[in-house]
Design a binder for this molecule. Structure first.
Ligand code: HEC
Ligand code: HEC
Length: 290
């Protein structure tokens, strides 16, 4: 229990009244410099509360007398940039690919926009730099399924492949195994033939003539006698080192049994025409453009 406040006989200062074993606690005031700094901090904090957004209430908050908002500042900066860019993007939308390529400044804007668009929208499927992933074609390899001119790429990107767009590129490899058109042994035989002859894997003296016959009757109409593919049918070139689904024998068996028929989204529904042109120029320049 605090005892009566009294003066300390030695220092002459008040005590707090606390005493332990005869030792009394002096009531020393805070140093002035500390006290005034503290008051200044309180005054500064109140000032900041009034000037800047501070106290939350319900769904909103007190905006402060200045209405300061970093979001608004970013929006304003982005708005300025968009306005600056708009001129260029309008030009890209209006001009032909040849005209854009003839204007170095415009081409640079298009390539920058294309690179960003590709990273955001295409890379998850087609891989960095268009290197491809199993099921998603390599765009840099020059092994085009549907065509690698600027116009071909623009068409593919705008309308997609097997997408919901009425102008989408369409093609359907038959479900030879799932529909029972070919028996499992025939599928193995034709896969042996494709793997040895077109994919270029040495067979250990296997006779693939049965597979060759099955190929001529069932596959050549789309993939060509020499496995060169057919762009009108979207049938990939088989005599190649670049394969949509990979190089393994199993992938051929699986594809003939139940084709995957991959879908490429129709970007015309999500990107404006200028952005599609820009990403087309970027894809074309990845290394495989025709
Ligand atoms: C959801 C995955 C996916 C995304 C995202 C995607 N694609 Fe594709 N893309 C595909 C598939 C699958 C194919 C191959 C379809 C087929 O023919 O079997 C394809 C094919 C293509 C082709 C045709 C290649 C050829 O050999 O003819 C081009 C060009 C292409 N994509 C460009 C793009 C661009 C540009 C973007 C981004 C704006 C993009 N893709 C985003 C899945 C995707
Ligand atoms: C109607 C045309 C058509 C016919 C007939 C056809 N294909 Fe295909 N084939 C395609 C298309 C389109 C694709 C690519 C898209 C998909 O279906 O996944 C493909 C893809 C493939 C692939 C994958 C190629 C790669 O790069 O990974 C193989 C292997 C293949 N076909 C083998 C065959 C064999 C073997 C036959 C005959 C038994 C056959 N195809 C008959 C259209 C056809």
């Amino acid at each position: 229990m605090p005892t009566k406040v009294e003066k300390d006989s030695i220092s002459g200062q008040d005590t707090t009244g606390h005493e332990w074993d005869g030792i009394k606690e002096l009531d020393t005031p805070c140093p002035k410099w500390w006290l005034y700094t503290w008051y200044a901090c309180i005054a500064y904090a109140i000032g900041m509360f009034v000037v800047y957004p501070s106290i939350p209430y319900g769904k909103g908050y007190f905006h402060g007398v200045t209405g300061y908002s970093q979001r608004k500042m970013v929006d304003a900066d982005v708005g300025k940039l968009v306005a600056q860019r708009k001129g260029s993007m309008d030009k890209i939308a209006a001009l032909s690919f040849e005209q854009i390529k003839a204007d170095p400044n415009l081409l640079e804007v298009a390539m920058t926009s294309g690179r960003i668009t590709f990273a955001e929208n295409c890379q998850p499927c087609h891989g960095p730099g268009g290197g491809g992933n199993p099921g998603y074609p390599a765009l840099a390899a020059g092994a085009w399924i549907w065509g690698g001119t600027l116009d071909d790429i623009q068409q593919t990107v705008t309308h997609g492949i097997r997408s919901a767009d009425p102008d989408a590129r369409q093609s359907a490899m038959p479900r030879f195994g799932a529909d029972g058109t070919l028996k499992p042994a025939e599928i193995q035989a034709v896969a042996d033939y494709v793997w040895a002859t077109f994919y270029g894997h040495a067979t250990t003296g296997k006779d693939v003539s049965a597979g060759a016959k099955i190929f001529a009757e069932n596959c050549a109409a789309c993939h060509g006698d020499a496995g060169l593919g057919n762009r009108d049918m979207g049938a990939p070139k088989l005599s190649s080192q670049v394969h949509l689904y990979g190089d393994a024998h199993d992938t051929i068996v699986n594809q003939v049994t139940l084709p995957r028929q991959g879908v490429m989204p129709n970007w015309g529904a999500r990107l404006d025409p200028a952005t599609i042109k820009a990403v087309t120029l970027y894809v074309h320049a990845l290394g495989g453009g025709e």
